[in-house]
Design a protein around this ligand. Sequence first.
Ligand code: ARG
Length: 298
Amino acid sequence: MGRVVTDPSEVAKAISSAPPRPPCARVLMAAPEHFSVESAINPWMHDAQGNLNQVDRARAQAQWEALADAYRRIGVKVDIIDAPAGLPDFCFSANQSLTCLDRNGQPLAIMSRMASPTRFNEVTYFRDWYAQRDFRVMESPPGLRAFEGTGDAIRHHGRHVFWGGVGPRTMAQAWEFVGEATGADVIPLTLVDERYYHLDTCLAIMGPDTALYIEEAFDEDSRKRLQTGFTQLIAVDPHDAGNFACNAHCPDDRHVLIQHGSRVAGTLREAGFEVLELDTSEFMKSGGSVFCLKQELP
Ligand code: ARG
């Protein structure tokens, strides 16, 4: 059974002693056919006057296709789930579930409990998608009020360990449950800034030793855990924080898919990464970018 590791001095050991995990070779994306901004459930969804952002759906579709193509170009297989009408945030397929291989090597899908009523019904469609394939589907326990899947559960690279966000979308209790269900240790990180409402808005893992993060998004204990977990922990500047640079995705320790214009792209290239800059501006109007638009499949 996986433990919840809170003591910073135990983080490095928890990671190095965890079972190995292969790189990400397959993702699940949800078409943005019905994507829109209809109510503001995070601070990025409205302007300074409080007016809801307006999405250009044709542009969103083109940006989404360019992201899917980028995955295919770097050798990541893309599966697609059809989008039902009436669920404007459905395309953020990081959030409705968490998948991994279970102890017997069988694909496991743990279903989320969405924090906002406007997103509750999304989970049903993902549950059906997994159930129709060879996934074992597991529900979140009844008493768990909020758990938003890989919006808050970020896999360490190379090891079967999760970093777990604790904030507006996921309760701390989720991590005991995830540890038990997956057998992996979970290192919790407390989110303290409402702009960074999911862990994937403020932490992007690039490799076993390397990650990007937004310093002010975390409390002090959490920063200590991050510092002991990554020897190369890169704090992004305010420009990049607002540009969703920390919602980048690196599937394979080599290619980085990141929002266009992120300054940290230069630092990553110098460190040897192949950086693909993409435009996700329509999705940023809803508070998301690259990482939220896919679910890593085992
Ligand atoms: N509008 C969506 C929400 O607030 C955006 C979700 C973005 N997903 C993410 N993993 N950060 O729920």
